[in-house]
Design a protein around this ligand. Structure first.
Ligand code: AMP
Ligand code: AMP
Length: 345
């Protein structure tokens, strides 16, 4: 039963929603917070317990406690970013998700092969700048959160702009797709083999989303306004209904393809980050193989989850519901890493 387990996650990113959803499904909840960042988890009353650590380097120190509490860990981007993939692999706490996927998610090249083999359009990548024959976006690896990206129109433009960056920085030169960015949030259940569309969002990125507020004339006066894509917030979005069949199709393809290289494949929440062109052609530039913060506007559910559930169903709550369903059917092993199936009841 749900009350025999606790849901635990790191206090950041989408933890409010994850913990609230877990409580709504009858689980106890634990937030692991960096000392000094506990207030939201206390104030919004989503955490039954808060474990404070001085740094995420200390995370492993609370493992034994979490194991004793029968906690299930829910990963999100901050968790992966702060812990790093290798440490996550080694954790002994029951973990919601397929850890084999992490490697494919972390590597842009592996992601690309995954998407291509799923029959999905991806932006062209130029391995040699001299071949740039269209507008490109240059993304630096490890430049967390979209800082330092730039756009170039041809090899000369690239050469001129790259000079401003220290040598030895890893980057990818990607075709710049002119269209609108859309972030699609999915949930796949390996228990029922059902793929759900949970919601969509668009991002509010600093400073690129404000450049339109400065006229081209004034931008020239400011001399150098470099666009950055640092995420500040997320805004809800519904998409044109006639695009939905295609979005279901590509979501399903991504799941089926992952079953081939990382069985049992991708499951639980995931997101496809895409640009949709005016001719409604879809280009996916990234997969997030876990809950994304773009689902945060939907603590009470989205228009889509309302259609299906007739009750408030956030992605956080959907995760807890999946765990509850697995407990009921004695199938926790299917959705948890490090689960020895001790006391399902
Ligand atoms: P934070 O815990 O806010 O420092 O974020 C850690 C990681 O999660 C960073 O790599 C962020 O880019 C990503 N992230 C945090 N919040 C959001 C958001 N609202 N939308 C998309 N990504 C996010
Ligand atoms: P990323 O760091 O890959 O999530 O990209 C940050 C932002 O850059 C996205 O939210 C998009 O607005 C934009 N972007 C990324 N890749 C492309 C692309 N290939 N074409 C156009 N815009 C892009």
């Amino acid at each position: 039963m749900a009350r025999n387990y606790k849901i635990a996650t790191i206090g950041s990113h989408s933890a409010l929603q994850i913990l609230k959803g877990a409580k709504d499904e009858g689980f106890g909840t634990i937030a692991i917070c960096i000392r000094g960042t506990e207030e939201p988890y206390r104030s919004f009353k989503v955490a039954d317990e808060i474990i404070s650590v001085d740094s995420y380097d200390d995370f492993e120190k609370c493992q034994d406690k979490l194991l004793r509490e029968n906690a299930i860990l829910i990963p999100h981007a901050s968790f992966i970013a702060y812990m790093g993939h290798e440490r996550v692999q080694k954790l002994r706490i029951p973990y919601f998700g397929n850890k084999k996927i992490l490697k494919f998610e972390a590597d842009r090249n592996l992601q690309r092969v995954w998407l291509k083999n799923s029959g999905i359009n991806v932006p062209k990548v130029f391995s040699d700048y001299r071949r740039i024959d269209r507008p490109v976006i240059v993304k630096f690896h490890g430049a967390r959160g979209g800082f330092g990206y730039f756009i170039a129109k041809d090899p000369d433009d690239f050469k001129r702009k790259i000079k401003d960056y220290p040598k030895g920085h890893n980057y990818v030169i990607q075709e710049y797709i002119v269209g609108v960015p859309v972030y699609a949030h999915y949930f796949y259940s390996p228990i029922t083999d059902e793929l759900e569309i949970m919601s969509f969002d668009k991002r509010y990125e600093s400073n690129v989303d404000s450049l339109g507020r400065i006229s081209a004339r004034d931008q020239l006066v400011l001399k150098k306004v470099d666009p950055s894509y640092v995420i500040i917030g997320n805004m809800p979005l519904v998409v044109r209904e006639s695009i939905l069949p295609e979005l279901f199709r590509i979501g399903r393809n991504v799941v089926e393809e992952s079953k081939k290289f990382a069985p049992p494949g991708l499951f639980g929440p995931f997101s496809l980050e895409m640009i949709i062109k005016p001719d409604v052609e879809i280009y996916v530039f990234e997969i997030s193989a876990r809950i994304v913060a773009g689902t945060n506007p939907y603590v009470q559910g989205s228009p889509y989850s309302w259609l299906r559930y007739h009750e408030p169903m956030s992605t956080g709550r959907r995760i807890a519901r999946e765990i509850k369903n697995a407990i009921k059917k004695n199938q926790l092993k299917k959705i948890l890493h490090n689960h020895d199936n001790p006391k399902d009841d």
